[in-house]
Each structure stands twice: as structure tokens, then as C-alpha cells.
Design a protein around this ligand. Structure first.
Ligand code: XIL
Length: 319
């Protein structure tokens, strides 16, 4: 079977992948696998819906990059996760370095969300409303929103998102929640802050940027997911990749990588309320990992020549 078909049969809503905007029109082999809805039932734009892509200058909106994903998904009958709104990164300097009052920054946020979420209304299953608001040590990650509003920007963001699109699922999304440490504790508090303010939140995305051999066990992963389903939310793995910390990977390391992928996907199957898994790209030919973590990589389920890796087989067997 193919991964999305297997995932749906196993009770998930989808098995999906990020779409790299620069590859889809130039690489036919890439496009063919990505566009097979039996393999990937859902797409998410790797970069095209971020603030720097959609509103690079104040009030000038562009959907050229983001629309690549929605039009590809539409053509192939696939769903879409939309990513992302309020984030410190890939945020144009006119926002991050502006001098704002609460009122003026709130207006900027509302205008951005009303335009971008309005443009994609009806096309997304979920939006990542707030991305990466917590640092790895469990403190609040500094950004222009935190410095302007303190943590009030969290419920504010979800309220503005609800006003921009009342029908889409609204997510908090972050990485390293999988380890169930101080960062996970703070993310739980984040959800409670949003809920206590009466603002809407539907889900938490576990990005799942993990490391071969250091990925938590299936049961520990499920325990971390359940901390959020216990608050009435759904959860999903939204950006899964599991990188080798040194390259080239030995054949033993490829087997470990497969076991790690199976533990992540298996943990989602184990948790009622875990609704799907998205990999952050599918081929080692196109991945952010070597660009960001020097010397590391080969974090995905197909190799650079579009051959299925042991990780693909492990995922298909656990589903
Ligand atoms: C990454 C993209 O994959 C890269 O192409 C880009 O240069 C930087 O951003 N967490 C997120 C994603 O939420 O948006 C990031 O994507 C990876 C980490």
C-alpha cells in the first residue's frame, strides 16, 4: 500500500508532506510522487505562506508562492495544512523592527491575517496560528509580539485568526515538544493561557524535527501527545524529519532511522486525537536539514534518487 491510503485505513485523517516551491515545476520525478494522493493525502507549503512571502512590504500581499501548494493540492485531490501566521522567523523587518504600540501592531496582525487567511479560506484544514513561541529552555521566545503585548499576544492571535476564518482548525505549532521537558511544560501553559482568555484553539502541532538514535520511544511520545489531548485539543505531527547527525549514514543507522520513524507514526496511532502525520519533505534531495544543521541530513523517507529508504518501509509497516 501507499502511505496516505494506509494511514487513512489505520484511522488517521492523512499522511502528508511539505511542498518545496522551487522544485515542483522543475523536477518531474518530485512532482509525480508528491502529487500521488495515495502516498500523500495532504500538502503544506514549505515557505510560500510565511509572512515574508505573503506581505513582504506593508499592505502589499502576494500569493504566488503560497498558491503553488493550494493549486497542486486541488489538481490532485489532496488536502492542505496552512503554515504559518505569527512567528518570529521569516518575518519581514518592517514588522520585527517597527516601532509599535499595542493598537498599531494589533492592526498589522489583523490586516495580515484577514488578507492571507481570507485568501486561503476554504482551502486549508488547519492553520498554524502561532509558531515556535517557546524557547528550548522553556522560557518565552523573544519576539516583537511578546515585547509589545507580553503573553497577551497568544490569545490575541487566536482571536484574530478566528475572525479571519471561523471554519479552519487553529493550531499552536512547535518543535522539541516530543521530549516532554521544560519546553513541553511551557507549551501546556500556553494552551491554558489561550483557553483561560476564552480564545479558540483546536490543536497542537508537534513539528517532529528529530535525530536518529535520540528519538523518544513510542510510549514516551504518546505520553507527550496526551498532555495536549487531555486539554481537549487534537494533535498532529506537522514537520516530521529524523536526521542523521553524521553522514554518510551506515546501513545500521538507516535501520535505526526506520525504527525512529515507526515510533513517531506509531505514537500517533496510539493516541485518540492524533489526527495525522506530515513529513517536512519526502526526499533527501530537498530538505532544509543540511542547510541548517551543517554536516547532518538524510532525514527523510526517500533517498536523493527517489528510492524508498528503510524508513519508508518502517512507516508503511507500522500503519
Ligand atoms: C524551514 C524551511 O524548510 C526552509 O526552507 C526555510 O529556509 C526555513 O524554514 N520550523 C518551521 C518551518 O516551522 O517553517 C521551518 O521551515 C523549519 C522549522
Amino acid at each position: 500500500g501507499q502511505l496516505n491510503d494506509l494511514a487513512v485505513r489505520a484511522g488517521l485523517k492523512y499522511f502528508g508532506t511539505a511542498l518545496r516551491e522551487g522544485a515542483i515545476n522543475s523536477d518531474a520525478s518530485y512532482a509525480a510522487i508528491l502529487g500521488n494522493k495515495s502516498e500523500f493525502g495532504q500538502l503544506v507549503p514549505e515557505n510560500g505562506q510565511k509572512w515574508d512571502a505573503t506581505e513582504p512590504r506593508q499592505g502589499q500581499f502576494s500569493y504566488t508562492q503560497g498558491d503553488i501548494t493550494t493549486s497542486t493540492a486541488k489538481k490532485n485531490g489532496q488536502g492542505v495544512r496552512c503554515h504559518t501566521q505569527i512567528w518570529y522567523s521569516q518575518l519581514p523587518s518592517w514588522v520585527s523592527s517597527g516601532s509599535w504600540t499595542k493598537d498599531t501592531l494589533k492592526a498589522v496582525m489583523a490586516t495580515h491575517m484577514n488578507n492571507v487567511m481570507g485568501h486561503y479560506k476554504g482551502q486549508c484544514y488547519a492553520w498554524d496560528v502561532v509558531n515556535e513561541a517557546v524557547a528550548d529552555d522553556g522560557t518565552w521566545r523573544p519576539n516583537v509580539f511578546l515585547s509589545t503585548f507580553s503573553t497577551d499576544y497568544l490569545p490575541l492571535s487566536f482571536n484574530l485568526a478566528k475572525a479571519a476564518d471561523p471554519d479552519v482548525k487553529l493550531y499552536y505549532n512547535d518543535y522539541n515538544l516530543e521530549y516532554n521537558g521544560a519546553k513541553t511544560d511551557r507549551a501546556v501553559e500556553l494552551v491554558k493561557i489561550v483557553q483561560a482568555a476564552g480564545a479558540p484553539i483546536d490543536g497542537v502541532g508537534f513539528q517532529g524535527h528529530l535525530i536518529v538514535g535520540s528519538t523518544p520511544s513510542r510510549s514516551n511520545l504518546a505520553t507527550a501527545l496526551r498532555r495536549f489531548t487531555a486539554l481537549g485539543l487534537e494533535v498532529a505531527y506537522t514537520e516530521l524529519d529524523i536526521r542523521h547527525s553524521s553522514l554518510p549514514a551506515s546501513s545500521a543507522a538507516l535501520v535505526t532511522q526506520g525504527n525512529d520513524f515507526a515510533n513517531v507514526v506509531g505514537s500517533c496511532l496510539d493516541v485518540a486525537g492524533c489526527i495525522g502525520v506530515t513529513v517536512w519533505g519526502f526526499t533527501d534531495k530537498y530538505s532544509w536539514i543540511p542547510e541548517t544543521f551543517s554536516g547532518q541530513g538524510d532525514a527523510l523517507i526517500y533517498d536523493k534518487n527517489f528510492g524508498k529508504k528503510p524508513a519508508w518501509t518502517s512507516v508503511s509497516s507500522v500503519l
